[in-house]
Design a protein around this ligand. Sequence first.
Ligand code: AMP
Length: 218
Amino acid sequence: MNLILMGSPGVGKGTQSKRLSTMLGIPTISSGDMFREIRRQDTPLAHKVRGYMDRGEYVPDDLTIKMILDRLDEPDACDGFILDGFPRTVPQAKALDEALGKEGRHIDHVVLLQAPQDVVLKRLAGRSTCSKCGRVYNHDSNPPVEPEICDVCGSKLEQRSDEAPDVQRHRLAVFARQTEPVLAHYKASGRLEIVDACPPVDDVTEELAKMLKGVAPA
Ligand code: AMP
């Protein structure tokens, strides 16, 4: 199954895509995680990517499209994938359709996780990320056992540099400006399915599993 999971920053895409990935046995391909990996390096590209991310801006399409299309050609993505955070612009969506079409592949589901802005801002404010393994926690819905320490690897939790309150608001505005036209693109071709992201995490997973039919929550 080839799936796109869409939604604004803070809506829970990362958490849900990792859960679906386990259930379906297919990889999650997260453009945000890939860029976070790149930005850790000491290269001119890392410096450039860091600049866009810290301002809450999108990385340019040419770079993003190439990174994702290359990743989709790797063997583990040939039997299915979940795209988390891509496409985010209309040129990205078109490039994806075109590249998959050339290989006789297609997207089976485009799912939008949807929640009002006050809910996503609250979730973003309570979010902290492990500085080492990248696991995401939330003060309200998914706190670590020991405050500010990762349950998995014991490293310190931190707030992402692109999650300062003013950057968060900017990221939501960028989403509205650049990504809502992508939603319209999929809606126009009757491919957009919407799931309410407000309920507790497990309920949202259950709803997604129902939508993808035959997939049992773990
Ligand atoms: P995310 O973790 O998905 O919210 O992504 C974090 C940041 O990575 C975004 O704010 C952008 O700077 C960059 N990014 C991730 N995916 C894309 C994309 N599809 N197009 C452009 N920039 C992206």
